[in-house]
Structures are given as C-alpha cells and as structure tokens.
Design a protein around this ligand. Structure first.
Ligand code: CTP
Ligand code: MG
Length: 235
C-alpha cells in the first residue's frame, strides 16, 4: 500500500494572532513536529505540506531539509486540504490528512487510522466527550444533550485515495464548506470509522493551548518529534 500524508499548514492563526504553525514549540517550529512524525513513520512514503501561497516559492530551510513536497493552500482549510490531496502522487493508495496545529501525533494513532482506512475506506481518531453538553438558545439552556453518542474529532484522518479525491473535487465544484475531511465523506453517504484518538494529540488554537503544549513537553508527557537528532537534520 502506498501511503501519502498531507499536512495542512496554510492557515492564518487568527485566534492566536499569528500563523501559529511557524511559532517555536520546545525550540522547534510547530509545523515541524508533525512533519517529522509523518516523515519518520515507516508506512508513510510521501509527505506534502500545504503552505500559505506566498511561501511555496521559498519554503523555510528546515522544511526543505525535512524531505517533503510543498504546495500552496487556499482561503479555507477545505480548499487547502483539497490542494494537498491533488498534489500527492497519482498512484497513492491511502491519504492521511493532518492539521499542522496538532504537533503531538503519535505513531500509534497513525497506525490505527491507516489500518481502519485500509479496511473501510475512511477513518478518524476520536476522543469521548467528558463534559456535560448543553444546547443553548438566546443565552439559556434549551436541553442537555446525550453525550454518549458524541465524540471529539482529531487528525490525522485517513482515506482511500480515490474516495478523498472524489469528495474534495465535489466540494470544490459545489463550494461546500467543511471543518474536517471526514465531514465531506459523511455528507456524501460514505461510512467513516472512528478509532481511538490520543489525549495528548491536542490542537493548538489559542495562546493558552500553546502554553499547555509547552508544559506537556517540559513535564515529559510528550516526547520530542522523531528525528530530532536524527538523519533529517536540525532546525
Ligand atoms: N489551514 C489551512 N488553510 C486554511 C486554514 C487553515 O491549511 N486556509 C490549516 C491550519 O494551518 C491548521 C489547520 O488547518 O493547521 C486547522 O486550522 P485552524 O486550527 O483553524 O488554524 P488557523 O485557520 O490557522 O487558525 P484560525 O482559525 O484561528 O485563524
Ligand atoms: Mg481556522
């Protein structure tokens, strides 16, 4: 099976106030954490990083040195992911799509997603919802939602290449918005299998998330990315 990974990193980081994928986390650009985990994974043969359009001509040296391909993103995450999917080798069997904003992806999560995507066509890692969830209206509670059937979606999400190309082409044609790639499969009626996510696979959205991520590193809760001192070079 030929597996390609797309890392989407073309966002503006508006909630954090800067394109967060280029901030240093534990001394390493945030984007490079997940890029290294993908490059080092033995099942992944190709990694494409989707960059802000203005950076593609001259990507940062630490990215060039990581041995990845680059392409330009779009104005939404959906568009950026679609461009990444278009950029992977035509003979790919499976495509993983991962947010640069999740630096602590593990090999175990990648393996669970790949195994389920190979078997079923589409898969994503999830975590249970632990808070009590309320539906609101006009600032007051309408009802308490049954959380037993809810889950929090993570990335990487994995797909058979033909399926993810098809649903992104459809989204492009119809200007369909989606906050993740699995959603495009869901609305088209494809089964998307849920596998166990990882509580450390956090998404960096705000400055508080970044502080928490630094703490996870300092506390030894997450390891340095694969290859930190290895063959793909230092920053
Ligand atoms: N992303 C992208 N292209 C876009 C928007 C988002 O590639 N046009 C990427 C981001 O770089 C990030 C991932 O999608 O790795 C998840 O998006 P999010 O966390 O929302 O990042 P931003 O869009 O950059 O942040 P914000 O929404 O606060 O502006
Ligand atoms: Mg965003």
């Amino acid at each position: 099976m030929k597996v390609a990974a797309v890392v989407v990193a073309a966002g503006k980081g508006e909630r954090l106030g800067t394109p967060k994928q280029f901030l240093l986390l534990g001394g390493i650009p945030l984007l490079l954490w997940s890029v290294r985990s993908m490059v080092e994974h033995p099942s992944i043969g190709e990694v494409v990083v989707v960059l802000p359009a203005g950076m593609v001509e001259s990507p940062p040296g630490w990215l060039v040195g990581a041995g990845v391909g680059c392409c330009a993103g779009g104005s939404t995450r959906r568009e950026s992911a679609g461009r990444g999917v278009d950029a992977v080798s035509a003979d790919s069997d499976l495509v993983l799509i991962h947010d640069a904003a999740r630096p602590f992806v593990t090999a175990a999560v990648i393996e669970r997603v790949l195994a389920a995507a190979a078997d079923e066509g589409a898969a994503l890692p999830v975590l249970p919802v632990v808070d009590t969830i309320k539906r609101l209206e006009s600032g007051a509670v309408l009802e308490t939602v049954d959380r037993s059937r809810l889950a929090r979606a993570q990335t990487p999400q994995g797909f058979r290449a033909r399926l993810i190309r098809e649903v992104h082409a459809w989204a492009e044609r119809t200007s369909r918005a989606a906050s993740d790639d699995a959603a495009l499969c869901e609305v088209q009626g494809y089964r998307v299998v849920a596998v166990e996510g990882d509580p450390h696979n956090v998404k960096i959205t705000t400055a508080e998330d970044l502080a928490l991520a630094e703490w996870l590193i300092d506390a030894g809760r997450v390891g340095p990315p694969a290859g930190r001192n290895g063959p793909i070079g230092s920053v």
